[in-house]
Design a protein. Sequence first.
Length: 237
Amino acid sequence: MQKIKTIIKEELSGWKPFDVIWLVSVCLIVTVMSVLFKYDKGSDPFYWIHIVASACGIINVVLGGKGKLSNYVFGFIHCCLMIYITLISRLYADFGVTVYNFIMQFVGFFTWSKNMNHETHEVLKRHASNRTRLTSLAVIVVGTIGVGLLMKHFTNDIAPFADAAKAVMQVVAMILMVRMFSEQWWLWIAINCVSIFMYIKAGNFPITMMYVVYLINSVIMCVRWEKEATANDQSYK
C-alpha cells in the first residue's frame, strides 16, 4: 500500500497550473461536444466507447508529454478501445498499428521505469542521432508506399495511403517514444494531421476531436521536449 501511495505521489508531482487546466478542460470539452454532436444515433449502441477512448487517449498523450510513467496505463485502455473503433471504421492499417501500440505499452512502461529522473519524477528526454533520423525517414517513405498499395488493392480501406502513412509513422514514433527521443513529437504532429483527415472521412466526431487535441498537445510537448532534450544531451555523450 505504501508503494502505491509513493507512485501516486510521484505521478502527481511537478504539475504546473497550465498542465492541470489543459488536461481537465480538453477532456471536458471533447466529452461534452461528443455527446452533443453524437453521430449515427440509431446504428451505434456503443457510442460511449468512442467517448471513453477519446478521454483516455487525451490523458495518455498529456501524461506522456509530461514524461509520466502512468501514461502507459491510459494508453493500454485507449488501445483496447481503439481496436474496436478502427475495425468498425474500416481503417485496417490503423487497426494493425493499434495492436502494435497495445504491445508497446508494456515495452514502454518497463523501459521508462528504468530511466526516470528521481528529482522530477519524469522520464529523461534526449535527441536521436542523425543516423536514427535518416533511418526513420527511409522506413516511413518506403513503408507508406508499400502498405498503401496493399491497402488500395486488397482491402476496402476508405483512405488507403493516409491510413498507411499514419500506421507506418506511428510504428516509428512509438519506437522513438520508448527510447525517449524528442523527435517523436515531430512525427506525432504529422500523424495527428493525417488522423484528423481520416476520421473526418470516417464520420467519427469524438475521435476526430481527440486528434485535434492530440495535435495541439503534440506542438506544446514538442517545444518542451526539445528544450529538455537539448539540456540532457550532454549527459548521454
